[in-house]
Design a protein around this ligand. Structure first.
Ligand SMILES: Cc1cc2nc3c(=O)[nH]c(=O)nc-3n(C[C@H](O)[C@H](O)[C@H](O)COP(=O)(O)OP(=O)(O)OC[C@H]3O[C@@H](n4cnc5c(N)ncnc54)[C@H](O)[C@@H]3O)c2cc1C
Length: 407
């Protein structure tokens, strides 16, 4: 990374604990020495299809599994591999603040460092579910995805969800279809929300089921709608046709599945999207500063022009503000505080400010801003997506408004 590092400035009123600073520096070194050198080939290969697993992306980009295996080894040796796993399950038990700091560093490039990611709600597994599901997920033997959205139930899943689960002897029968389900085809278990009480719906009438991929009646198909996030279709439609799910595969309690979904969304799809945005914003900012200093027009570097300086300043302000709120929100969540409102704000800003920051970077780079060998256009797509996936900008506004007016 360049010497223009606003992260030091950004911590003026938020002192990171020394052990997290150490992890940040180590992660930064891994990014600089191991990931960035791979980036040009990775980008040109178009392998970085959003929604695919790291393993497959790296294989597509480099032709075999060697790069993946090497990066996985580095990830394991540095302890980054299982950074978000609690101590009782063999991880370092670092909290969300440390994860946010590491995530920011890793998202300075699209080249992925293989890591374990366990959905927070799987820690709701009880009794024999722990050995049968949670532990194999932690060990990387089982993969999961989150299936909430349907063709007509995106922003309003609680009100519009049609997928139903009907009680039968020993379990439930699920019928319906889910759409836009990322990574469904890689997943062994689909964390599926279904309506179990049509009257109560999101207030006690939606349940979360751990549906096995090979359950009779379950069909996963490509949506046939490739998006601009990748050059291959990565979104899936999942059909449930009388799929039997035994009682022991209910996650949490019957009727509590909507709030479990909200727990997943708050942390994974809202709070942790902010450091994903920050990494891309910081890298684009650093690239822009370097470019502006060396690109000469009309006898002067473009960095001397106020039009360019103001873009850099706007980028810098967005990054500083987003970093402060992200760290503060992660620290509050680590302290056990309900951060639903703050996570929505962080997600909102990550998407909105993230996209406008990358837009500045593309403009400062001129024609090179559109070059596919640079990460800028790819960063832009991912951050523009952030305004839709995980709940749109409008839905975050609605959630924030609710919290403001409630109190
Ligand atoms: C690449 C990708 C990956 C995804 N991965 C997953 C996944 O893994 N699992 C999963 O369950 N879902 C996933 N989704 C679905 C995603 O969460 C939804 O698409 C998203 O929540 C928006 O829903 P929608 O597309 O139905 O938009 P709609 O609900 O139809 O909304 C359309 C527009 O209207 C606005 N709008 C809606 N209602 C209101 C209102 N009351 N007031 C003001 N504005 C409103 C919305 O903000 C939006 O701008 C994914 C989507 C994409 C594109």
């Amino acid at each position: 990374m360049s010497a223009t590092d606003t992260q030091e400035v950004g911590q003026a009123n938020f002192e990171l604990p020394p052990e997290i600073v150490e992890i940040r520096e180590m992660t930064r070194r891994v990014v600089r020495e191991e990931l960035l050198p791979l980036e040009p080939q990775y980008l040109i290969s178009n392998a970085h299809c959003y929604g695919a697993r790291d393993e497959e992306n790296l294989r597509v980009a480099f032709g075999d599994d060697k790069v993946y295996e090497r990066l996985k080894k580095i990830s394991q040796e540095t302890g980054l591999y299982n950074i978000d796993i609690p101590e009782e399950y063999g991880g370092p038990g670092l909290g969300l603040l440390a994860q946010a700091v590491v995530t920011e560093e890793l998202h300075k490039t699209l080249v992925p460092l293989p890591q374990m990611h366990v959905a927070n709600i799987l820690y709701e597994c009880k009794g024999e579910q722990i050995d049968r599901i949670l532990k194999p997920v932690i060990e990387g033997k089982l993969k999961t995805c989150f299936a909430q959205t349907e063709a007509n139930a995106g922003s309003d899943p609680g009100g519009m969800m049609k997928t139903r689960a009907t009680k039968v002897d020993g379990g439930w029968k699920i019928n319906g279809s889910k759409m836009w389900i990322s990574m469904a085809h890689f997943s062994d278990i689909l964390m599926t929300q279904a309506v179990t009480d049509a009257e109560k719906r999101q207030r006690g009438g939606i349940t979360m089921f751990l549906v096995k991929r090979d359950a009779p009646g379950l069909k996963i198909e490509e949506s046939g709608i490739p998006t601009w996030l990748g050059n291959r279709p990565r979104q899936y439609i999942v059909h449930y046709d009388d799929v039997f799910v035994p009682d022991e595969d209910v996650l949490g309690e019957v009727g509590k599945g909507f709030s479990l979904g909200q727990q997943w969304l708050t942390i994974h799809d809202r709070l942790m999207r902010a450091p994903q945005a920050l990494g891309k914003m910081q890298r684009s900012f650093e690239m822009s500063v370097e470019w502006a200093k060396q690109r000469v027009t009309f006898g002067k570097p473009i960095a001397d022009r106020q039009a360019i300086q103001w873009r850099l300043v706007d980028m810098h302000i967005d990054i500083e503000a987003l970093r402060s709120m992200t760290y503060a929100t992660a620290a509050r969540a680590d302290a056990g505080i309900d951060v639903r409102r703050e996570a929505s704000i962080a997600k909102f800003c990550g998407g909105e400010w993230g996209a406008r920051t990358i837009d500045h970077a593309i403009q400062i780079h001129g024609a090179m801003g559109e070059a596919l060998e640079l990460p800028l256009t790819w960063f832009y797509r991912l951050l523009r997506h952030m305004q839709i996936g995980g709940g749109t900008t409008e839905m975050q506004r609605m959630l924030i408004a609710r919290q403001i007016l409630k109190g």
